[in-house]
Design a protein around this ligand. Structure first.
Ligand code: SF4
Ligand code: SF4
Length: 375
C-alpha cells in the first residue's frame, strides 16, 4: 500500500498504487434541486452504449429516489453498515476509508451484488421519508421529503475498481482522468463489481467480462459533453475539468462551484476514492441525512445555493448548465451576461442573467378568449 493525499477528506490515506494524478481530470457538477427524474439521461446512455444482449440490467447512468431508492439494491446502505462509524473532525475524516478497512488479504472493503439486486432499478421511486397520513395534503407545511440522485461512474482519482483488478485491466487515462476497462484483458473475476462502492462496474454474463461508463470519451475528445449531459431535460449537469484545491481557478466553472463557492460536494467522500462527480445538495432534505452522503460541508453548500439570487456570478454560472453541448473550461460574468468560454478565452455562447418577463392580457381580443397566466 502507498500513502497518497486525498483533499476531499483532508488527509493522507492508504491506496494500492502511488499518487499519479492525470494532466487534466474530467469532472461534473449535478444540481440535485433541478432533477425531475424523467430518466432521459438513463435512456440516452442506454440507447447509446448498453442496448446489446447481456446488458439488459446494465445502467451506466441511473436516477434513484432517496432515501428508499437504490440501484443495485442497498448499494450504499450495505457498505455504510460494513464500514462502521464515519466521524469527521471538522473537515478531516477521522474514520477509515474502504481501502484502510479492507480485510486481511484484500485490497478494498466491498461486497458483490447478486443478480437479483439489479432486478428493480426503480425501487423506491417517489417514496417519501415518512408516512403520509390521511388528509395531510389539506394542511401544510408537509415535512416529508425525497430527492432524486442521478448517478454515473465518478471517474475517481483513487478508483477502487482499478485497485482491485488482479489483471490490471482497468486504467485511468493520463490525458483526462477517465477510467476505462480493457475488455481484452478482463477475465471476469468480478473483483471490480465487488470493490466499486458506487456499484458502477457491471458484469456482462454473455461476454463474461465487466463493463463500465466511459464518460462518452469519443465526445469528450471533441470537446462535447457526454450523452447523459446534453440530453438532460432538467439542465442539471455541467461537465468540465477540476483542479486540486491549491490550483483552483475562479474562471473554471467546476473549480468555482467546488473550491471557491463550495456549493457542490462529492458523493460519500468518506469512502476515500476522491470521486469527481459533485452534487449541489437538495435544499429541502434534512442536513443530518445529507451530511452522511455528502460530508461536513452540506449546510454551507445549502446556504450558498440559497443566496444565489443575491450572487450574480453564481446565479449566472448556474444559468450556463444545459445551455451548450460544448464542455465549458472557462466562464465570465459581465454586467447582465454570463459567457461560456473555451480554454483560450474564445466565447462559446452567452446567456442573460435575467430573462425578460412578458405578461399577456388575460382577455385576448383578437381570438375572443380568456387566458390564464401563470405567475
Ligand atoms: S435527464 Fe436530467 S432531469 Fe431527467 S432524470 Fe436525468 S438528470 Fe434528472
Ligand atoms: S465510481 Fe466505481 S467504477 Fe467508477 S472509477 Fe470509481 S470505483 Fe471505478
Amino acid at each position: 500500500m502507498a500513502r497518497v493525499y486525498n483533499w476531499q477528506i483532508r488527509r493522507q490515506m492508504s491506496y494500492w498504487y502511488p499518487e499519479n494524478r492525470p494532466q487534466k481530470q474530467f469532472a461534473a457538477v449535478f444540481d440535485i434541486n433541478k432533477c425531475i427524474a424523467c430518466q432521459t439521461c438513463t435512456l440516452a446512455c442506454k440507447t447509446t452504449w448498453t442496448s446489446g444482449k447481456g446488458q439488459e440490467y446494465m445502467l451506466w447512468n441511473n436516477v434513484e429516489s432517496k432515501p428508499y431508492g437504490f440501484y443495485p439494491l442497498m448499494w450504499d446502505s450495505k457498505l455504510l453498515g460494513m464500514l462502521g462509524p464515519q466521524a469527521w473532525n471538522k473537515e478531516t475524516f477521522a474514520g477509515r476509508t474502504i481501502f484502510e478497512a479492507a480485510p486481511a488479504g484484500e485490497r478494498v472493503l466491498g461486497w458483490r451484488p447478486a443478480e437479483f439486486d439489479y432486478a428493480y432499478p426503480n425501487v423506491g421511486e417517489d417514496d417519501c421519508a415518512g408516512t403520509v397520513e390521511h388528509g395531510v395534503s389539506l394542511h401544510g407545511p408537509h415535512m416529508l421529503w425525497f430527492y432524486y440522485l442521478a448517478r454515473i461512474c465518478n471517474h475517481c482519482t483513487y478508483p477502487a475498481c482499478l485497485a482491485s483488478c488482479p489483471r490490471a485491466s482497468i486504467y485511468k487515462r493520463p490525458e483526462d482522468g477517465i477510467v476505462l476497462l480493457d475488455q481484452g484483458r478482463c477475465r471476469g473475476y468480478r473483483e471490480c463489481t465487488k470493490a466499486c462502492p458506487y456499484k458502477k462496474v457491471f458484469f456482462n454474463p454473455l461476454t463474461g467480462t465487466s463493463e463500465k461508463c466511459i464518460a462518452c470519451y469519443p465526445k469528450i475528445e471533441q470537446g462535447i459533453q457526454p450523452q447523459c449531459f446534453v440530453n438532460c431535460i432538467g439542465k442539471i449537469r455541467l461537465a468540465g475539468w477540476i483542479s486540486t484545491p491549491e490550483k483552483a481557478r475562479e474562471d473554471n466553472p467546476i473549480d468555482y462551484l467546488v473550491h471557491v463557492k463550495k456549493v457542490a460536494l462529492p458523493l460519500f467522500p468518506q469512502f476515500g476514492l476522491e470521486p469527481n462527480v459533485y452534487y449541489i445538495p437538495p435544499v429541502h432534505a434534512p442536513a443530518k441525512f445529507l451530511q452522511q452522503m455528502f460530508g461536513p460541508g452540506v449546510q454551507a453548500a445549502i446556504d450558498a445555493y440559497r443566496s444565489a439570487a443575491q450572487d450574480e456570478k453564481l446565479a449566472g454560472l448556474l444559468g450556463l448548465f444545459g445551455s451548450t453541448e460544448r464542455v465549458v473550461p472557462r466562464f465570465a460574468q459581465e454586467k447582465d451576461w454570463v459567457t461560456a468560454r473555451e480554454e483560450d478565452g474564445k466565447e462559446i455562447l452567452r446567456v442573460p442573467l435575467r430573462e425578460p418577463i412578458y405578461i399577456r392580457e388575460a382577455f385576448d381580443k383578437k381570438y375572443q378568449v380568456v387566458r390564464t397566466n401563470c405567475p
